[in-house]
Design a protein around this ligand. Sequence first.
Ligand SMILES: [Zn+2]
Length: 207
Amino acid sequence: MPEDRKMPNDALRLFFLAIEEVMGKEGMHAALRGAKLEKYINNYPPKNLELGVTMAEYGAAEQAVEDFYGPRGARAMLTRVGRALFNYGMKEQSAVLGLAGQALKLMPVPLVAKMKLLLEQMAAAGNKTVNQPVYLEEDADAFYLVYPACMCEYRPRHSSPTCHITVGILSEAMKWLTDKNFNVQETECLNIGGKVCRFKIPKTPES
Ligand SMILES: [Zn+2]
């Protein structure tokens, strides 16, 4: 396991708000107890960008949600939490997501150019604000967000890619930006022995 990496308070705070929206307050308390993060019950991290929390804490909370729903239900629930997290970040204009907001959405440029701008902003926020290195790649068919370090490294080994939160965040980001649905997938994952976590965002929407 890598040395525990610091994260900004607001990243964990937004994550907790998103979990609470999906699981309710009681479910959230159960998840925090399951993650051995009781200290955060009714005491979320403050809304600032100081590096006061850790990736391991984020990973533990993610794992607790998964344990709560069981392996079958967890994927859909975690994806929903990721979508809720994006919406909270958007509503609060959190620097954690690096969003320019409505101005970007209304820019008179082609869809694919807009998608690239938003993904670039999210990658820049990862590097600059979240203390999570990330870079953007692109080919003719898709964009790829690539994370050489991830919360999933602090979680038990799985048998398939585990980073459903990020899939949810990216799916909702594209939906917000374009009003269309994109089939975002994690194609390589550190948790199952990958060299990076890699997320494929097709340039063509599903619907
Ligand atoms: Zn992963």
